[in-house]
Design a protein around this ligand. Structure first.
Ligand code: SAM
Length: 209
């Protein structure tokens, strides 16, 4: 009989932020699937599970279809509900039941570090996609959260704001959050040239000031 597919949100990366429910699911799994970074993080809690490093989605899909009778756990970064593989999995395995264990999103972690709440912020992403985040300056939100990538990074975001004539904004960048080399930087958009970007992996908040 087919088993439920389990999806676990790892949190920002450091295992201290993985929920106990998520950890138990990973320990009980027969097969653990994830990206290289996610699998490296959980290595210390694995016993004899088969580990599948996800590279090509169609190959991963075939592998899963061949193993539906096994207890499969997917590990995704951050929260399962914010730009995660869950959307693809639900579409690709429409007949399957799912067990989804949420995690702490990278942006939630960042807000906690800067001691702020996020209920008045819009949640977006420019990770592998475009987003017209400038629109927030025409509405009443306090700012916007952006998952970034190599191209759409905090420097490009700052330049874009300046080009559009927006100077009244603070940029808050959280790099490699929860790791020992985590860096959190805050600067006014006009001072973006002083910002020294270190890592690709970051989440950026634009805060209206
Ligand atoms: C595919 S998205 C997944 C987002 C994830 N579901 C979440 O809730 O954080 C990957 C993006 O999340 C952000 N991210 C994930 N973990 C991070 C971390 N530890 N530090 C900084 N940014 C992180 C980066 O913007 C990265 O490009």
């Amino acid at each position: 009989m087919n088993k439920k597919l389990t999806v676990v949100g790892l949190g920002p990366g450091n295992l201290d932020y993985l929920t106990r429910a998520g950890m138990n699911q990973i320990k009980e799994a027969e097969i653990v699937i994830g990206g290289e970074r996610q699998l490296e993080e959980v290595e210390s809690i694995l016993n004899n599970q088969t580990v599948y490093i996800m590279k090509k989605l169609d190959k991963m899909k075939s592998f899963v279809l061949e193993n539906l009778t096994k207890n499969i756990v997917f590990i995704v970064s951050g929260d399962t509900g914010y730009y995660s593989l869950l959307t693809y999995l639900k579409k690709s395995f429409p007949e399957q039941s799912f067990n989804v264990i949420p995690g702490i999103s990278s942006f939630q972690y960042l807000f906690s570090k800067i001691e702020m709440t996020w209920e008045h912020y819009q949640l977006c992403s420019v990770h592998g996609r475009e987003n017209n985040y400038i629109e927030i300056f025409n509405n009443s939100v306090s700012g916007v959260v952006l998952l970034t990538d190599e191209k759409n990074n905090p420097i490009e975001i700052s330049k874009n704001l300046i080009e559009k004539g927006i100077f009244d904004a603070e940029i808050i960048v959280g790099e490699r959050l929860s790791y020992t080399d985590e860096i959190i930087t805050r600067f006014l958009v006009k001072d973006y040239k002083d910002y020294d970007k270190k890592y690709e992996m970051n989440v950026t908040i634009i805060r209206k000031v």
